[in-house]
Design a protein around this ligand. Structure first.
Ligand code: FUB
Length: 372
């Protein structure tokens, strides 16, 4: 298992930026308060980097944007980053988020509406700490917010909360989804109306601690030449609050039909699953974590196997890379985040959007988030 590889050529420039920023480190927002005024002045130093898009939200730190078209608008379900005052470590303890806001847009580009707090950790009876990347789904006029949070024993599970509005507020179920574990859920509606949840993430996401349905608090990783840890999938029940089948693994293969290896850090799954369909094919996309790419693999059905095809998004300023892909008014969009608004603070991020384009053969054109 490679450790953080922040000095890769592709992001060495950003390390330089982070070092520069240390001299003028700001405090960021605290709790769920809005960003303090002086932050906006500090943003000016990062203006020398020509990003392809601007932060969509500037009065809260936001990350992990899951975007959907509901009721003719774009609705965005991001994490709400805060400075929880917890030191940074490889398990992501510093990502101490406590609530979710929902945002909407009537057009892209366009104004972003903040619908306020949609779910607070204090209203989730089983939750302990760390509300990480959520997603949402609609079925029969009801909306479901899926969210990962650690329970009171510090083990990640996935919760569900419901509302009759895509903007919330959402009411959480009293227990996590039975048999759910790890984090970064995304719920995909197939063309036949079946819903599937993809989930999981290694390192701080704890996927390496699960063997089947058994939790082992030790972090156990495969050898570099063994198959990588795989993301998970389960079909959803019609109630949208439970799994309809045992959790399965999602295979990601290389060009020779072999499972990607654990040591193939540039390509293997780390976290941040997303699924979308394009021209009848199924595109499973994800973050490679410590190598900071959004990668994708294509398959013929929701379960896979999926064959690795390439990179959708190159590394962003910050450490994490996380995304969603959605079609809106005839164009495809990539929602993602970086840390430009906080001058590179890895856990104070901001959501963005840019257009995503396909090649005629169905492959996706790689997006570089910054101009030369
Ligand atoms: O926001 C917390 C975690 O950081 C997410 O769950 C991961 O995908 C990464 O973006």
């Amino acid at each position: 298992m490679k450790k953080h590889n922040l000095f890769t050529q592709s992001i060495a420039f950003y390390i330089f930026l982070l070092l520069c920023c240390t001299a003028c480190q700001h405090t960021g927002s605290s709790g769920s308060e809005a960003i303090e005024d002086d932050t906006m002045e500090e943003v000016s130093m990062i203006d020398t980097i020509k990003a392809i898009s601007d932060p969509l939200v500037t009065d809260n730190y936001t990350a992990d944007p899951s975007a959907h078209v509901f009721e003719g608008k774009i609705y965005i379900y991001p994490s709400h980053d805060i400075d929880a005052g917890i030191p940074e470590d490889d398990l992501g303890s510093h990502f101490g988020m406590k609530d979710y806001h929902v945002y909407s847009m009537e057009s892209i580009p366009g104004a972003v509406t903040d619908h306020g707090v949609a779910l607070d950790i204090k209203d989730v009876p089983w939750a302990g700490r760390q509300m990480w990347a959520p997603d949402a789904a609609e079925k029969d006029g009801m909306y479901y917010l899926y969210f990962p949070v650690k329970d009171k024993e510090d083990v990640f599970h996935i919760g569900v909360a419901s509302s009759d509005s895509p903007a919330g507020p959402f009411t959480a179920e009293p227990e996590p989804i039975a048999d759910s574990y790890s984090m970064d859920p995304t719920v995909f509606k197939d063309s036949d109306g079946t819903y599937y949840m993809y989930f999981g993430g290694i390192w701080g996401g704890q996927l390496q601690r699960w063997e089947g349905a058994t939790y082992n608090p030790e972090d156990v990783y495969p050898a570099d030449d063994a198959p990588a840890i795989l993301p998970r999938i389960a079909k959803m029940n019609t109630d949208m609050k439970s799994f309809a089948e045992p959790v399965k693994q999602v295979q990601i293969l290389d060009e020779n039909g072999e499972l990607l290896k654990a040591g193939d850090n540039d390509r293997r799954f780390f976290e941040a699953s997303w699924m979308h369909q394009y021209n009848g094919k199924y595109y499973f996309s994800y973050s490679t974590g410590d190598t900071h790419y959004i990668a994708y693999a294509i398959g013929d059905n929701p379960y896979g196997p999926f064959t690795y095809k390439g990179v959708i998004l190159n590394p962003v300023i910050g450490w994490t890379n996380h995304h969603s892909i959605v079609e809106f008014n005839g164009k495809w969009y990539l929602f993602y985040h970086d840390s430009t608004l906080s001058n590179g603070d890895t856990h104070l991020r901001n959501i963005k959007v840019t257009e995503l384009k396909y090649n005629p053969d169905g492959t996706i054109q790689t997006i570089d988030p910054y101009l030369e």
